[in-house]
Design a protein around this ligand. Structure first.
Ligand code: FMN
Ligand code: SF4
Length: 455
């Protein structure tokens, strides 16, 4: 078996180190803002090319290439360009951005100012979720410190370039993490996601102006791309899956937490057993959700076969799956937000899905019917399978409701809420049927449930 690689801490380099504090003096003493000082002397177009060369993909969920996103910015419109940092971090199982904000806020501010200069943003916003009041306060204080040293505000580092950063607090809704919902909320409205097209943020974003929305971790990476150059950065990780990734591991492991590795350098098995110390004593692995609660669940006793994006054939166990964007997609799930949720054999999959469905039903913005009604129906069906009087046809009904949401909604919340149900029911159908049969038997002993009733 291949040896497990060491962590490669680029973003988390200083975080949790003895004596490292979040104030600007400590950041400066560790080389902070040197990259920004260099960046503002360069040609913005060249900087954007560096990001393209680096292959940096977004760390917020979709893994969209950052360079391509910036290339789409409508620079000919003559309107101001905005940069928005997505610090909503509300995907269940994800807890990385808050670590950066709390423990190394200047890294984010430097990453944002480097990005803002590269795209020539008129001003920048950090949209932070309402449940992070401490994080918002830390950021406001850090911005003030950076302003005093001329790294934010007017004539940055003595140049003609000026850019403010404003912190905007959400009011606590998952949908504010979706970039167009976020923009609506930033404009002071209810966070209803916008229809794409025409409202692609790069063209019609904040105040109908070209806007780049990027995740906290993505923007931190920009600083390191500018520091080492796009080509060097592209050597980290794998082709098409470059750089490092912060993985947030939760659930049934001995050492849950956040870890940073070169993208694709380790497998799911190495992460669970070697990095996180394995499962609690006497337990066996049942399933893993590899990229936040909306990623499709993967079953432990299944083989994953097919062809990778680059055409290589693979035949993996769950534990063999490399943790990169393309491999997880090839295995039928996604790297998503980097939230790895581990489930052992004590997990009741109906209960786990019931929990996820309750979350999505609560968080649907209600704008489109399939999502508004469907997410609630999925919650009701899983709840009655757990507590009430289920019907055997509920298992197929659940899947059918999910199938009718995905692909039929304004925003990707539709897929986010449908994929868990689709994958849980597909992969653990036997467990769902058994649960329904048990509940039926217990609620009406005279009735003999038969699978044939559903077929
Ligand atoms: C329902 C939903 C919730 C989302 N929540 C977040 C979030 O909390 N944080 C985030 O960075 N991206 C989130 N995204 C992804 C954003 O829409 C957007 O793609 C991302 O901020 C782009 O940044 P990146 O390219 O740097 O990844 C969410 C997407 C959807 C559909
Ligand atoms: S898919 Fe759901 S969350 Fe997205 S716009 Fe429609 S109702 Fe709102």
């Amino acid at each position: 078996m291949a040896t497990t690689p060491q962590e490669k801490r680029i973003i988390l380099k200083n975080i949790d180190q003895d004596g490292y504090t979040r104030d600007i003096d400590c950041y400066l003493a560790n080389g902070g803002y040197e990259v920004l000082k260099q960046t503002v002397t360069k040609d913005p177009a060249d900087l954007c090319k560096e990001i393209e060369t680096s292959g940096l993909r977004g760390r917020g969920g979709a893994g969209f290439p950052c360079g391509m996103k910036w290339k789409f910015l409508d620079r000919k419109s003559g309107k101001p360009i905005y940069l928005v940092c997505n610090a909503d971090e509300s995907e269940p199982g994800t807890f990385k951005d808050r670590q950066i904000i709390h423990k190394d806020p200047h890294q984010l501010i430097e990453g944002m100012m480097c990005s803002a200069f590269a795209i020539q943003a008129a001003c920048a916003y950090i949209y932070i979720r309402g449940e992070f009041p401490e994080g918002a306060k830390i950021l406001e204080e850090a911005i003030e410190e950076a302003r005093k040293k001329n790294f934010v505000g007017k004539n940055i580092c003595g140049t003609k370039y000026s850019c403010e950063i404003y912190v905007h607090r959400g009011a606590g809704a998952y949908i504010c993490g979706e970039e167009t919902g976020l923009i609506e909320s930033l404009e002071g409205k209810r966070a209803y996601p916008r229809i794409k097209p025409p409202f692609f943020p790069a063209v019609l974003g904040l105040y109908q102006c070209p806007t780049a929305v990027n995740n906290v971790e993505t923007l931190c990476n920009v600083k390191h791309v500018f520091d080492m150059g796009g080509e060097e950065y592209a050597k980290i990780g794998k082709p098409g899956n470059t750089g490092t990734r912060i993985l947030c591991v939760s659930g049934h492991v001995k050492k849950p937490g956040y870890y940073e590795f070169e993208v694709g350098s380790l497998t799911l098995g190495q992460l669970i057993y070697d990095v996180c110390g394995g499962l609690p004593e006497g337990r066996t692995l049942k399933a893993v959700i590899p990229g936040g609660s909306s990623a499709k669940v993967l079953r432990a006793d299944e083989r994953y076969t097919g062809k990778t994006k680059s055409g290589e054939e693979f035949d993996w166990s769950l534990e063999d799956i490399p943790l990169d964007f393309d491999s997880l997609m090839a295995a039928g799930s996604m790297a998503g937000s980097g939230g790895v949720i581990v489930m052992d054999d004590t997990t009741d999959m109906v209960e786990a899905l019931g929990n996820i469905n309750a979350f999505y039903a609560h968080e649907s913005c209600g704008q489109c019917t399939p999502c508004r009604e469907g997410s609630l129906w999925m919650k009701k069906i899983t709840t009655r399978m757990l507590e009430g009087q289920p019907r055997l046809e509920d298992v197929d009904l659940l899947k059918s409701v999910a199938d009718q949401i995905a692909g039929r909604t304004i925003c990707a919340f539709g897929e986010a809420c449908a994929w868990p149900t689709q994958s849980f029911v597909l992969k653990f159908r036997d467990e769902f049927i058994a649960k329904a049969e048990k509940q039926i038997k217990e609620s009406s002993p005279s009735r003999e449930p038969a699978l044939a009733e559903t077929e």
